[in-house]
Design a binder for this molecule. Structure first.
Ligand SMILES: [Zn+2]
Ligand SMILES: [Zn+2]
Ligand SMILES: [Zn+2]
Length: 139
């Protein structure tokens, strides 16, 4: 029995499972040691998807759901599609409501031909709002 035997009772590499020979500890080589460490790190970073509940490894710091093209299964993709649709609808609602009245005087505002949503009914209200904002900042 060699000195190293107590460290690795199975005699197999912890990562690839290959039989170990000679004086090796847990892995058959450096590559396997690094691979295991990488996967352990990834496991720690795992989060539960806010839509389907499955765990995934985030690619971006604020990612809340499975990556659409990487981890998400059909169920999750469907949910993400639904969610995007809901969001679009909500944004449209908001735009329409904004479209409805001037932020300064409350009068109805028409959407510009360019599709841009005007905040104010005209230049006068825009200027008034601008001066009021400035006044507010000065106080
Ligand atoms: Zn190995
Ligand atoms: Zn998911
Ligand atoms: Zn106005």
């Amino acid at each position: 029995m060699s000195y190293y035997d107590w460290r690795n009772l199975s005699g197999k590499c912890d990562w690839c499972g290959e039989e170990l020979s000679g004086r090796r500890e847990r892995f058959c080589g450096n590559a396997c040691r690094l691979a295991l460490r990488r996967s352990e790190k990834a496991q720690k970073r795992q989060r539960a998807c806010g839509l389907c509940g499955q765990s995934f490894i985030p690619q971006r710091p604020r990612q809340k759901f499975c990556d659409y093209y990487e981890d998400a299964d059909d169920i999750c993709r469907e949910k993400q599609d639904d969610r995007d649709e809901d969001q679009e609808l909500a944004e449209m609602d908001l735009a329409e409501r904004r479209d409805a009245c001037c932020e300064q005087c409350g009068k109805a505002v028409k959407r510009a031909a360019t599709g841009r949503v005007a905040k104010y009914c005209g230049n006068l209200c825009r200027q008034k709002a601008y001066y009021e904002r400035k006044k507010g900042q000065a106080l």
